[in-house]
Write a protein that binds this ligand. Structure first.
Ligand code: DAH
Length: 372
């Protein structure tokens, strides 16, 4: 900084001369109005209004002026700073407005564009039906029970009273799991039905037992319109004191009415399963013709004009099975039933080919609705 002047010395304070201040002002205004970005504007501010800008350096000289010149020079410099400050603020506002305008254009959202192009998929109809079937029994107080798909032969057959030479154990029906080191048998099979879950439930739960068990089953069948090597069943089991076949009938007709409609009759006919005694197959009155086709009405495609449709196997739990699970057959009795879920779906929804349920074509699933 210069030393204070005793006398007015225009040479030493050229920087404060009106023409010079005007020049600094003009240069600053030009830089500010020419700034095309926030960065350029910041540079212009630092260059023309910053601590080391010519104008601010010049204003530091005011103190060196003789008293009579101070006020005028101070006003001049102050006015120049004010004008530059205003210009800067104005340019700042312009740049902000520009930016806001650009954002509106660049980031515009076209709300008319389709937003739901991505296919949402659908739950598989077999899974949906399995849930609904299980729900009917859950509504009656049953619990869900589960078992493994790779099952010990003992659960799948022996405990269910299949004799060792029962044809169902043979290779054409059962997928046997090979043992370690290439041994032909591991003692495990891909379960051929959900009935082994009965055994697991009786062994692991306190009595009384009321369970349903939906799940995958496997059989060495060739795939055709009515057979699939992988399919689903739902099993039901009740073990309690004093259960009779009347309870079984009641459970089955409640189930049929819940799934197929009120007022449909059910019929039990003798059949054979090693794990139930007596055993029966369950038919329900055709939900389409309600039996009219069998009484001389017009032909019915669904029941093939039989009036009845076979839907399940059932029976009273064989006392030998109860014994295998350590249950006192003199005190407790039980009933059981099992049905194929694909088959139920085909009956319920008029499907002709089980392969539709395994093709994985989402259009098939969609026809059943896209439940989450
Ligand atoms: N497990 C039998 C099958 O796969 C179906 C069955 C029949 C299950 C009678 C049962 C039953 O619980 O009581 O063919």
């Amino acid at each position: 900084m210069s030393a204070p002047n005793k006398a007015y010395d225009p040479v030493r304070v050229t920087a404060l001369a009106p023409a010079e201040v005007q020049r600094m002002l003009d240069a600053g205004l030009a830089a500010i109005s020419g700034a095309g970005s926030f960065d350029e504007l910041k540079e212009a501010r630092l260059a023309h209004l910053g601590g080391r800008s010519p104008l601010v350096l010049a204003s530091a000289e005011i103190g060196a002026l003789p008293p009579e010149a101070k006020a005028e020079a101070g006003r001049r410099v102050g006015e120049a700073k004010r004008l530059l400050g205003e210009a800067h603020a104005g340019r700042q506002r312009e740049l902000e407005a520009d930016r806001d305008q650009r954002v509106l254009v660049d980031e515009v959202a076209d709300v008319t564009l389709p937003w739901d192009r991505r296919a949402s998929g659908a739950r598989h109809p077999v899974a949906m039906l399995a849930d609904r079937l299980a729900d009917v029994f859950i509504g009656m107080g049953y619990e869900i029970a589960e078992g493994p798909e790779i099952e010990a032969e003992w659960y799948n057959f022996d405990a269910l009273n299949f004799p060792p030479d029962h044809p169902a154990r043979e290779m054409q029906d059962t997928f046997f799991v090979a043992g370690r080191d290439g041994a032909a048998h591991s003692g495990k099979v891909l379960r051929t039905h959900t009935s082994p879950v009965q055994i697991r439930a009786m062994l692991s739960r306190p009595l009384p037992v009321y369970v349903v068990s939906p799940g995958k089953c496997f059989r060495a069948d060739a795939l055709d319109a009515t057979h699939s090597p992988v399919f689903h069943q739902i099993e039901g089991l009740a073990v309690d004191e004093g259960l009779t076949m009347a309870d079984l009938r009641g459970a089955i007709s409640a189930f049929v009415e819940a799934m197929f409609g009120p007022g449909l009759r059910t019929r039990l006919r003798p059949d054979f399963f090693p794990f139930t005694e007596p055993s029966a197959d369950v038919s329900m009155e055709c939900h389409v013709c309600r039996g009219a086709s069998a009484r001389g009405g017009s032909p019915c495609r669904v029941c093939k004009s039989q009036g009845w449709i076979e839907i399940a196997g059932c029976g009273m739990v064989n006392p030998r099975v109860l014994a295998a699970c350590g249950i006192d057959a003199d005190r407790y009795s039980g009933f059981a039933f099992g049905l194929g879920i694909e088959r139920s779906l085909m009956i319920r929804n008029g499907l002709a080919d089980i392969r539709d349920t395994i093709d994985g074509d989402v259009r098939f699933s969609r026809a059943f609705g896209a439940e989450a």
